[in-house]
Design a binder for this molecule. Structure first.
Ligand code: SF4
Length: 233
């Protein structure tokens, strides 16, 4: 089963606080960022082409002791965190989502013109846009699965939680070419840059339990930084 979505920027309800959180501010955002963020949020609707979707594979197999996830006969090696969290999966959804190309092009233009802070703010708005869109896609998947009395896991992406980014090659090989307008280079970089991809486990006993960021060694991970700050809130 394949499902695709398109979103308008306004549908994602992205706030100043959402952008501030990814910039490292859990609370008051210092000057001059608030006005820059407001300006960026005003410009983002014309710069974003937000698409995403998932494909469900009914033959997921989790070999927890080997830390392997097998989907459609392809074996992923996502490491302990992901394989443990997905261990009760009986099927799996592979997903991609993108904010489109124009927002990162605009961010680069600003930086090339010496407007480094403005460019950085647009870059962060692009990242938050993808995550917020993916939150909605994941919520849609949960509703669909609940109709079949199934649950879902949190979502996991190559490049995080000790899962090699190189395994995106296998992940993309399982989905239609250029699915939702996202492609992958030989060096496993997604195009457009503001894109995410990954896996969500599906199973009767699966629940979203939250991430293990408080115990994780990767202190540079952007997701971990947001989740730890949100938990302190
Ligand atoms: S901080 Fe959280 S999301 Fe990031 S790698 Fe660690 S467990 Fe995964």
């Amino acid at each position: 089963m394949i499902k695709e979505y398109q979103f308008k920027f306004e549908e994602l309800n992205i706030s100043l606080e959402d952008i501030g959180l990814l910039m490292g501010y859990n609370g008051e955002i210092p000057e001059p960022f608030p006005s820059m963020i407001e300006e960026g949020l005003g410009k983002a609707p014309e710069l974003c082409n937000i698409q995403g979707g998932y494909q469900i594979f009914s033959d997921a197999e989790i070999l927890t002791s080997e830390k392997i996830i097998r989907v459609n006969k392809i074996e992923f090696h996502p490491g302990k965190i992901v394989s443990v969290r997905l261990k009760k999966s009986t099927s799996a959804a592979l997903f991609v989502c993108t904010a489109g190309k124009d927002i990162s092009d605009y961010s680069k233009e600003l930086m090339s013109a010496g407007q480094l802070m403005e460019g950085y703010v647009m870059d962060v708005i692009g990242s938050v846009t993808v995550e917020k869109a993916m939150d909605q896609i994941q919520a849609g998947l949960l509703i669909e699965m609940q109709k079949q009395e199934l649950g879902i896991s949190d979502r996991y992406s190559p490049g995080y939680c000790n899962w090699s980014v190189g395994e995106q090659q296998m992940l993309f090989s399982l989905m239609p070419e250029n699915f939702c307008g996202v492609s992958l280079s030989d060096s496993s970089l997604m195009s457009p840059v503001k894109s995410v991809s990954g896996i969500i486990g599906i199973g009767a006993e699966l629940r979203q339990k939250g991430y293990q960021c408080d115990w994780c060694n990767d202190k540079t991970c952007i997701y971990g930084n947001i989740r730890r700050r949100s938990a302190v809130e």
